[in-house]
Design a binder for this molecule. Structure first.
Ligand SMILES: NC(=O)c1ccc[n+]([C@@H]2O[C@H](COP(=O)([O-])OP(=O)(O)OC[C@H]3O[C@@H](n4cnc5c(N)ncnc54)[C@H](OP(=O)(O)O)[C@@H]3O)[C@@H](O)[C@H]2O)c1
Length: 376
């Protein structure tokens, strides 16, 4: 296992951090399927050198912290740092922040949390949380030793990320990043900004939730043609760890074989090891994925709101993702939600309001029907 120093904190950590959001559940709202197996996966990772675990109040229908707490008995707690998160939707005031933290400490069976994150913070929430005293709460909890580091995780646009990052004395940030997301969410600019400030960055969705763990034919052909052969998972993690700003790469594993493979990969990855040929390969791989794009919708939402409630950017985003990553639309939670809420393309009456507003001049009405036919 390679270890890294976390920016200005000076804390040593394993480059591979175990994400505790999955364990055979596919999303954070799924309940845990096999507690013993999850405990065994956590201990396998720690025995293999992992020193960083990431969980959250809401993961696995609120059971992830409990399972992590159980796995960390028998001397395992002292071998790791724990990151967990304040569930923002449950917070009303200072008293509820205190109550939630106490509950999390109890579930995790520990007297302190190493990295305490505001979970999926956005700019509006940050303003609202400042107004109810979140910064003072974090400072007080740090002083009392209940948390060691004040952090946030983030999925919004770069501008909001920069605003929040510059607005408080954060110790660490967690962002979604992978070779497909360099211009998405906080993106490369966000990573570099944190790096310039000496704030360590923890990466989530390094494999895009598993979508980058196998490659479609046109991408695999590029990997195969390269003189050095590595799995898609290894290329993805190698590319991430090549960035000096990256402190930890999280990955949520479901099987012992995945942990084993990731332990092997994180034995070799280091910042700055990729040469020009490797970096060009990853750029070519990225383009090959993007060649699979169905429609050039940028998600600007100028077409919204649709008078008939069609979620136009949502449908196009699912359509593109299914094509890019060869996923099954039946398992796509975004599509599921669109259907449940009656926001499907079957509601389109062809009024053309969307086409008049689209800055890309996309033939939205015709393409919506193509997308719906492919997805349903
Ligand atoms: N704060 C937030 O808002 C937020 C949001 C998302 C995630 N997170 C955290 O970040 C962690 C990491 O995100 P993530 O779980 O999405 O990470 P990820 O690494 O992008 O995806 C994990 C998935 O990749 C596949 N995988 C992992 N290792 C593999 C291997 N060696 N070979 C083949 N497939 C492999 C598995 O999927 P299959 O078994 O299905 O193939 C696994 O479930 C989460 O666990 C969670 O703790 C936080």
């Amino acid at each position: 296992m390679k270890y890294r120093t976390m920016g200005k904190l000076g804390v040593q950590t394993s480059a591979f951090g175990l994400g505790c959001m999955r364990f055979n559940g596919k999303a954070f709202g799924d309940t845990i399927i096999d507690e013993q197996k999850a405990i065994s996966l956590i201990r396998q990772a720690i025995d293999g050198g992992v020193t960083y675990l990431d969980t959250a109040y809401v993961y696995l229908d609120k059971t992830s912290e409990i399972v992590v707490g159980k796995a960390l008995q028998d001397g395992y707690r002292d071998k790791v740092t724990i990151a967990t998160k304040m569930p923002l939707g449950y917070v009303k005031d200072r008293a509820s922040m205190e109550a939630l933290l106490e509950e999390e400490l109890k579930k995790l069976q520990t007297d302190h949390i190493d990295f305490y994150l505001m979970h999926g913070l956005d700019k509006n929430e940050w303003e609202a949380f400042k107004a109810i005293g979140a910064p003072a709460f974090f400072d007080d909890m740090k002083r009392e030793g209940k948390i060691r580091f004040k952090c946030f995780s983030f999925h919004g646009p770069y501008e909001d990320f920069a605003y929040i990052l510059n607005d408080y004395d954060w110790d660490m940030v967690q962002i979604q990043y992978n070779f497909m997301d360099i211009d998405h969410q906080a993106g490369r600019k966000g990573l570099q900004l944190a790096g310039e400030k000496g704030i360590p960055v923890v990466i989530m969705e390094g494999l895009l939730g598993g979508r980058l763990s196998s490659a479609p034919e046109n991408v695999q052909a590029l990997y195969d043609a390269f003189p050095v052969h590595r799995t898609p998972v290894e290329w993805a993690f190698r590319w991430l760890c090549n960035h000096p700003e990256v402190a930890v790469v999280l990955s949520g594993c479901n099987e012992p074989e995945q942990i084993e493979e990731n332990l092997r990969i994180f034995d070799t990855v280091e910042a700055g090891v990729m040469d020009d040929a490797e970096l060009k390969l990853m750029e070519d791989v990225r383009r090959a994925y993007l060649d699979r794009t169905k429609i050039g919708c940028t998600g600007c939402k100028y077409c919204m709101p649709c008078p008939n409630g069609v979620n136009i950017p949502g449908i196009f985003s699912v359509w593109n993702n299914v094509s890019l990553y060869c996923t099954d639309p039946a398992n796509d939670w975004g599509l599921k939600r669109i259907k449940e809420n009656g926001n499907g393309a079957d509601q389109c009456v062809g009024c053309k309001r969307c086409e008049e507003a689209c800055p890309q001049h996309l033939p939205i009405i015709e393409q919506l029907q193509c997308a719906w036919k492919d997805l349903c």
